[in-house]
Design a protein. Structure first.
Length: 241
């Protein structure tokens, strides 16, 4: 009768170690998403007078001005249904699962989003959505190879930011989605006009097995606290293949 007791006792440290690993993993996820929530909700996202949340801060895809923009009203290839990710929002609204960028990226999104523009150009594909809640959400394909080091991927992206007259404020915040590792930035740029406008966006580089993509969120609001729950849910569920 003593053997089972000894076996249980021997297994207890293993269970304690597993519990500790689980707590550490949950803590790591919590810290990661606290950082993203802070990036989304605390820093200002648009200066006074900013009135065009649909405008991108700069073109993160690196595409030329003549990139092949598709007619999203007649092209079904830009976004395809992906039923395994179909879900409901916190308010019971429909969130369809979708696949974009030639089936390289999957996520669930609010059904009320509409596609504003997109490109299927190889190496520079992107899709940009507009929400009735006054923000845009875009996913851009980056040209970096997935085998490239994080250091070089980040340096390339930051060089693109600088080359386009923008400035990285908060940067290189480590995050993780359900399937991918990422780095989050806050990007600031002054748009020249009669009255200079400060445009600010949240941008997240995500690394998949075969693709590097950039998620970009733009709004004219002072912060994203009103939208953070919805946006965090979208970002958490993104799968970059």
């Amino acid at each position: 009768m003593t053997a089972p007791v000894r076996a249980a006792a021997a297994g207890a440290p293993g269970r304690r170690r597993n519990d500790l690993v689980g707590r550490r993993r949950r803590s790591g996820w919590s810290r990661s998403w606290t950082a993203v929530a802070t990036a989304l909700g605390v820093a200002a996202c648009g200066g006074g007078g900013a009135s065009n949340p649909t405008g991108t801060v700069f073109d993160p895809s690196g595409a030329a001005p003549t990139a092949s923009i598709v007619d999203v009203s007649t092209t079904s290839e830009v976004e395809r249904p992906y039923p395994p990710l179909d879900t409901l929002g916190a308010d019971g609204s429909r969130w369809p699962g979708v696949s974009v960028l030639h089936d390289a990226v999957r996520f669930a999104r609010p059904a009320r989003w509409t596609i504003r523009d997109a490109s299927e150009e190889a190496g520079h594909s992107y899709v940009r959505y507009i929400s009735p809640r006054a923000y845009s959400f875009a996913v851009y394909e980056r040209s970096d190879s997935p085998g490239t080091s994080w250091r070089d991927i980040l340096a390339h992206y930051e060089a693109d930011v600088t080359a386009n007259g923008a400035k990285a404020l908060g940067q290189r915040v480590a995050i993780a989605t359900a399937t991918n590792q990422g780095r989050a930035y806050t990007i600031d740029r002054k748009i020249e006009s009669k009255e200079p406008i400060l445009s600010r966006s949240r941008e997240i580089l995500l690394r998949g097995e075969h693709r590097i993509v950039l998620v970009q969120i733009v709004t004219s609001e002072q912060d994203l606290s009103r939208l953070s729950d919805e946006l965090l849910r979208v970002i958490r569920g993104i799968e970059v293949l």
